[in-house]
Design a protein around this ligand. Structure first.
Ligand code: FHN
Length: 447
């Protein structure tokens, strides 16, 4: 009697935990509805990040330059006068993004400096009322993306170092502590919610990319309330992980994973040089090869890449970034079958390079870096190979099984002969069609 009594209470407690905190359980344990809405994101693999703001006028770091007191706040805000967007061509932006192979784009609607790229009713600090641009810069871009079937992402900074009712300001000075002046914090939250409603109602994003959550707790932000509010506008909205843990996926930044991240969905955001916004002094561009290899590595590890560009104040995109996106697009046109809609690859150790799998695991893609030709080896493949071809090339390749011992269950090594003439200038992709869904031996050999 006592045992079943305890069991009964145990079931109730677990049930209560889920009911009491539906959002936390949702974001911590993907429920069916999250699983379904995340499918396009999981298949998308590549997004383009856009940091565009008044910081491009002087080519200084976005918001941080005044926060860290590299420049005074008034001098930072002087840049409002130079933000013209006079050569801004949203259709050209959308075309470049589409051609790169990206399936979504995320643009800074408002960075930590509080300057909104849309005519917000919450503050005059917006490009329509306070800069020579004098127009909504988001609407035409989102319309152009939609026309090209590219998903819309809105970057939104929760913190707002310019807003008078926001506690934070400079790195070593705050306006007040939220507990000391709850009315002031409530006024800021009203402003924050007004702007979130504007973004959701005016632009209907597919993805909300929060930033700046680190200055306050989930309770102070009312993260659960924000999540519920956004989902009430669009239940299929995807929210990134920077809502103090109440998002749908993780967003490692600039730091490349070596081991496969444990997250169900994740996206590496990365600059093309060393800065998010336009900085004419920063010539430390990643090469097209480096970007493609980082992209492939992220996808092989089960993630997405959100690759950043920083347009100039007039709306033109630096030539170096156009080059990177177009080279990425050419590579994707030839090899996208191994990327888009695929699953992350097989565990490290079976092949000395990135891999991906088709959704039914009957196709294994091997990625060869640079000038890798001659024999490449695959270990522990316990499934028969039907054929091997090179993506974007008519060639089919020969392979041989080496070292298979008749009495042992351990599969032999697969050696594939890759002639130099089939190589891609960046990364060559081998497509291995298997006779059935892949099976791998990952043991230590032995008897
Ligand atoms: O502080 C921001 C930074 O300026 C930039 O926007 C990056 C992009 O992910 N996010 C924050 C730093 O993590």
């Amino acid at each position: 009697m006592r045992k079943s009594f305890h069991k009964y209470w145990g079931v109730l407690i677990i049930l209560f935990a889920f009911i009491a905190n539906p959002v936390a359980s949702q974001t911590k344990i993907p429920s069916d509805s999250i699983q379904k809405k995340m499918q396009w994101f999981a298949d998308a693999k590549l997004g383009i990040f856009i940091h565009w703001g008044i910081y491009a006028v002087n080519g200084i770091s976005e918001s941080w330059s005044f926060h860290n007191k590299d420049i005074s706040y008034p001098n930072y805000m002087e840049q409002l006068k130079g933000f013209t967007a006079k050569n801004y061509n949203p259709n050209e932006w959308a075309e470049l993004i589409k051609e790169s192979g990206a399936k979504y784009a995320v643009i800074t609607t408002k960075h930590h400096d509080g300057v909104a790229l849309w005519p917000t009713a919450g503050s005059k600090l917006n490009v329509v009322q306070s800069t020579p641009a004098k127009r909504d810069l988001l609407d035409p871009f989102f319309k152009a993306l939609k026309a090209k079937d590219v998903k819309i992402g809105t970057y939104f900074s929760l913190l707002d170092w310019s807003y008078p009712d926001y506690p934070g300001f400079l790195k070593d000075s705050t306006r007040y502590k939220t507990n000391d002046d709850p009315q002031k914090w409530a006024r800021f939250q009203k402003f924050l919610n007004l702007q979130l409603s504007e973004v959701m109602q005016n632009y209907h994003p597919d993805l909300m990319w929060f930033d700046g959550d680190w200055e306050h707790s989930a309770e102070e932000w009312d993260a659960i309330g924000i999540r519920k509010k956004l989902l009430s506008y669009n239940p299929n909205l995807i929210i990134n992980g920077r809502l103090t843990g109440y998002g749908d996926y993780e967003t490692p930044e600039q730091n490349f994973p070596v081991s496969r991240p444990k997250f169900k969905w994740w996206e590496l955001c990365m600059t093309t040089n060393d800065n998010w916004g336009y900085q004419q002094k920063d010539k430390n561009w990643k090469t097209a090869y480096e970007v493609i290899s980082i992209f492939v590595d992220a996808v092989s590890n089960g993630g997405n890449l959100l690759l950043d560009i920083g347009p100039k104040e007039d709306g033109t995109i630096p030539a170096e970034q156009i080059h990177i996106l177009s080279e990425l697009g050419k590579w994707n046109k030839k090899n996208g079958e191994a990327i888009f809609g695929c699953l992350g690859g097989i565990p490290q150790g079976h092949f000395y390079g990135p891999t991906t799998l088709s959704k039914d695991s009957t196709v294994l893609y091997l990625f060869l870096h640079g000038k890798t030709s001659g024999q490449v080896m695959l270990k522990g493949l316990d499934t028969k190979i039907e054929s091997i071809e090179v993506l974007g090339n008519v060639s089919s390749l020969q392979h041989k099984i080496v070292g298979k011992i008749s009495w042992s269950k351990v599969p032999g090594l697969v050696y594939i002969d890759v002639p130099e003439k089939v190589l891609d200038p960046y990364i060559t992709v081998l497509k291995l069609k298997l006779k059935q869904p892949i099976r791998l031996y990952s043991g230590a050999g032995g008897l």
